[in-house]
Ligand binder design. Sequence first.
Ligand SMILES: Cc1cc2nc3c(=O)[nH]c(=O)nc-3n(C[C@H](O)[C@H](O)[C@H](O)COP(=O)(O)OP(=O)(O)OC[C@H]3O[C@@H](n4cnc5c(N)ncnc54)[C@H](O)[C@@H]3O)c2cc1C
Length: 334
Amino acid sequence: MGASGKILVFVDLPDGELDETGRGLLSYSARLAGVLSFPWGAAVAVAPDSGQLNSFGAYGTPTITSITGGGTLLDTPALLGKHLARLAQDELATVVLLPHNDLGATLAPIVAHELQAAIMTEVVTVRQSDDGVRLSRKALGVRIAETRLWDCKRPLVATIPPRALSQVIMATFRTSSPTVSTWHPVTQPSGAAATITGRIPPDPQTVDLTDAEVIFSGGKGCDPATFDQLKELCKLLNVSFGVTRPVYDLGWTGFERMVGQTGRTVTPRLYVALGISGSMHHVGGIKDSRRIVAINSDSKAPIFPNVDEGFVGDLKEVLPRLLEQVKAEIGSAP
Ligand SMILES: Cc1cc2nc3c(=O)[nH]c(=O)nc-3n(C[C@H](O)[C@H](O)[C@H](O)COP(=O)(O)OP(=O)(O)OC[C@H]3O[C@@H](n4cnc5c(N)ncnc54)[C@H](O)[C@@H]3O)c2cc1C
């Protein structure tokens, strides 16, 4: 279908850095621009310096619009959302892309309301079809794919989950020298309804495993003592912990900690499987992890062909030593 438009992607630069979410957003936008045959550009709430421009260029960003007064705007999302909507109108953007993190999920409904746009959150894939653009996302604990049709008649606001963004990061062969322009919001900040006073990252001990960054999971190879040591290790390292079905069946954790086909399907940056044999029911739920490491006492355990790094070892020896080392590291940290 021959719809025309532009993609505007809002990129936050935490601590001035183009982080993994930002790099994923730029890579995602470049791909989406190819799928929709739309031009694209980024909006930022800072005046980018040369280092930041090079980072954007590495992902082929054609244009960057710097919103003036952005630093304070980031703490007043209600206002930033209104400004972003106005900027989208000024730039004739028909698609506004945001990350599905705290900031993006707050901005999305505001921008959608201001633009009277269609909204789809946690979009993973986008494809053109004869009757419009099909947007799909994972639903119900990522077990089913939900697809919706965008008819391109109204603008679209879409958020992309960080786990999908981290999987598409790809610097381009054709780096760009982005054209930078400055955009001055018409209205200046005035008594915003809400102000962000700080951002608290999710607690790995309680975050839903589908959103966890690093997971250490224990299987039937754990006994009560090593299982306690595993939980202690997870707390010390500030990572999430999961289990296999037999461990859940023992009543050692709640269902929300069970990983696998009937449990949570997870996509962390690092998955560490301890005393887990590697049944298809478990591996099916972890295979999209970026890196999988396993420790098992049986060198022929089926988990090993499915991992990036495997260690043959007895948890009764490995876990106490790991704990000792981690405690020593923490103790010697400045
Ligand atoms: C319909 C269905 C759905 C299922 N869904 C799930 C699911 O969602 N998630 C899930 O996990 N399972 C699921 N299962 C169960 C699954 O088939 C396996 O039985 C289960 O994953 C095995 O768990 P495990 O690896 O902890 O135990 P085991 O298969 O018993 O493996 C224990 C491993 O620990 C190692 N080990 C033993 N002692 C030590 C030690 N001291 N140090 C180091 N290693 C040691 C052993 O060598 C072994 O490889 C499902 C099954 C069915 C039928």
